[in-house]
Design a protein around this ligand. Structure first.
Ligand SMILES: *[C@@H]1O[C@H](CO)[C@@H](O)[C@H](O)[C@H]1NC(C)=O
Ligand SMILES: *[C@@H]1O[C@H](CO)[C@@H](O)[C@H](O)[C@H]1NC(C)=O
Ligand SMILES: *[C@@H]1O[C@H](CO)[C@@H](O)[C@H](O)[C@H]1NC(C)=O
Ligand SMILES: *[C@@H]1O[C@H](CO)[C@@H](O)[C@H](O)[C@H]1NC(C)=O
Ligand SMILES: *[C@@H]1O[C@H](CO)[C@@H](O)[C@H](O)[C@H]1NC(C)=O
Ligand SMILES: *[C@@H]1O[C@H](CO)[C@@H](O)[C@H](O)[C@H]1NC(C)=O
Ligand SMILES: *[C@@H]1O[C@H](CO)[C@@H](O)[C@H](O)[C@H]1NC(C)=O
Length: 482
């Protein structure tokens, strides 16, 4: 499900050398030739006066000599300029577009997204996101150009590199910074969408908080025009700028867009160190709180917020009121504890940010709403719930929120797997059972929930008391990119 996130996804090596490199050499060669011819002419001309018949008056000779020299130079320069023009024109024609989705790697798409712009290397420094930047030293100063806006088959969209002086015919130069993202999954899903956008935030932090003028979103090389509203809000908070998604509207299939400056990401978090991820989540949390008017001052002293974030439909609790009753019972026994119950799908973005800011213990089923977890104060706790069947069949996708808990500096307090649920007619570990289990409902075990809740509450209480006595603050008061 989320194989591409396993952090060692590396780019395959390019299959061919960039074709237009030859032309750069050719151009240089031509210039050198022109200059050489010019110099030779001058040397030749300097020798000419000594062979001129002495009968003519010296001024006349000298005039003729200069006129001669000037006209010869003019001819040489004209022919050089003509050659340069013709070379520039050839350079324009030589820009070669390759398909964004390289079908040769279609079978290996999940092993590093090498099929997206497969001829390009990524830049990777240790612990940093893998990215490409244009123009750059490795692109030899060339810009990235993109053509086509197919949203069904990435092989119909194409890319090329071109020098700014020789952009392909019909090209439009897009000013400013462009973020180009390719994702094997889906920008409507909070987890997958955020995974794709995290490396851009990291790049933003490393590059003087530079903000994009536009975004181009691809899913397997196919153009996408939307991201989930929650994600869009989060990005607008992070960059303090409206998210402008390029639709290519008004551009024909043979009219390329070339980008003054472009950053391409195709490996999600792959390669990023824990420290780097933490920095990204710190910034996004900080900026989201500012947008939503949440005070950055820690005002939760002595209070413990316990939040039940409910789902509707698949993977919801069968009996919400019983689950609330059990945890409320434990919360009441602890001084300062306050229980909050909310349905993620009827909270606005800022309501979610505000709720998470006052949550110390998040109790919720496995699902997209859990992506909110990094918005809590650092060191807060997550308790996760799964319906029957997930432990065996769901693959590594079931651990994504556990990873995110670690990446964002929270604490995963374990998970509960419902032992009961719908029966599957096949054997228990048959993959076909997953479609039955995937969206099953979650029951409860009063003894277990009460004991688990009590333990987590006590731990949080102990830590809060400790922190208060040491005067330790959990939040920084200013964002990295203020
Ligand atoms: C690019 O190349 C120039 C000149 O060779 C060098 O000064 C510069 O540091 C290089 N930039 C990067 C990012 O490597
Ligand atoms: C440039 O655009 C025009 C009009 O859209 C089209 O007829 C022409 O073929 C294009 N030229 C190239 C080189 O794509
Ligand atoms: C935050 O405060 C500003 C200014 O007081 C206000 O305009 C804005 O609507 C507030 N936003 C939220 C989400 O409360
Ligand atoms: C939840 O459980 C309680 C206690 O067993 C029961 O009274 C109630 O009807 C149940 N509610 C639902 C929606 O099943
Ligand atoms: C929130 O959603 C739940 C389930 O979708 C619904 O029962 C409840 O009335 C909603 N609450 C509000 C305040 O809209
Ligand atoms: C409920 O949880 C307790 C404590 O973990 C366990 O001993 C008991 O077997 C569980 N009950 C059921 C019905 O699974
Ligand atoms: C989180 O808790 C650990 C120990 O429980 C502590 O060492 C660490 O400083 C805390 N982190 C923050 C950001 O409060």
């Amino acid at each position: 499900m989320t194989k591409e996130l396993s952090s060692k996804a590396l780019a395959r090596k390019p299959q061919r050398p960039p074709p237009s490199l030859k032309f750069q050499k050719f151009l240089l060669y031509l210039l050198v030739t022109c200059v050489t011819i010019f110099v030779l002419f001058q040397i030749q001309s300097l020798r000419t006066p000594s062979t001129t018949p002495a009968a003519l008056p010296p001024t006349w000779t000298s005039f003729q000599y200069w006129q001669n020299l000037i006209s010869k130079t003019e001819i040489t320069l004209k022919s050089c300029t003509k050659k340069l023009d013709s070379t520039a024109s050839k350079l324009k024609e030589s820009v070669t577009f390759l398909p964004l989705k390289d079908l040769r790697y279609a079978h290996a798409a999940q092993e590093g997204h090498t099929w997206f712009m497969s001829s390009m290397y990524d830049t990777q420094e240790k612990g940093e996101a893998q990215y490409q930047q244009f123009p750059s030293n490795s692109s030899k100063g060339r810009l990235l150009c993109i053509k086509g806006h197919d949203n069904h088959d990435g092989a119909w969209n194409s890319y090329a590199l071109a020098w700014p002086e020789a952009l392909p015919r019909n090209a439009t130069l897009m000013k400013g910074l462009t973020f180009i993202s390719n994702n094997h999954y889906n920008y409507a899903n909070l987890w997958h969408g955020l995974s794709a956008l995290v490396p851009f935030v990291s790049w933003h932090i490393k590059n003087e908080c530079a903000t994009p003028s536009r975004w181009i979103l691809y899913h397997k090389g196919e153009l996408r025009y939307k991201m989930a509203g929650w994600l869009r809000n989060l990005m607008e908070a992070t960059y303090s700028e409206t998210v402008n998604i390029q639709t290519f509207e008004g551009f024909g299939d043979d009219e390329p867009l070339c980008f003054e400056k472009a950053v391409v990401m195709r490996h999600s978090e792959g390669g990023m160190s824990g420290e780097n991820l933490m920095q990204v989540y710190d910034l996004v949390r900080c900026k989201a709180r500012i947008l939503c008017n949440v005070s950055l001052e820690d005002s939760s002293e002595g209070k413990i917020g316990m939040t039940l974030l409910m789902r509707t439909g698949g993977r919801s609790f069968q009996n919400e009121s019983e689950v609330v009753r059990i945890f409320d019972g434990e919360c009441r026994k602890v001084e300062g504890c306050r229980i909050m119950v909310a349905h993620s799908d009827n909270l606005t973005f800022c309501e979610q940010v505000q709720l998470m800011s006052s949550t110390d213990i998040l109790i919720t089923p496995h699902g997209a709403q859990l992506t909110n977890l990094f918005l809590m104060d650092k060191n807060s706790s997550v308790m996760e719930f799964y319906p029957k069947g997930w432990l065996k069949l769901a693959g590594i996708g079931q651990f994504v929120y556990k990873w995110m808990t670690r990446w964002s500096g929270m604490k995963h307090q374990g998970a509960w797997h419902d032992p009961d649920g719908d029966q599957c007619p096949y054997s228990e570990d048959d993959r076909r059972c997953m479609s039955i289990y995937k969206d099953g409902k979650i029951g409860y075990n009063e003894t277990h929930f009460a004991e688990w809740g009590r333990n987590v509450l006590n731990e949080v209480k102990r830590k809060k008391t400790e922190e208060a006595s040491q005067g330790r603050l959990t939040n920084s008061h200013q964002c990295i990119c203020a």
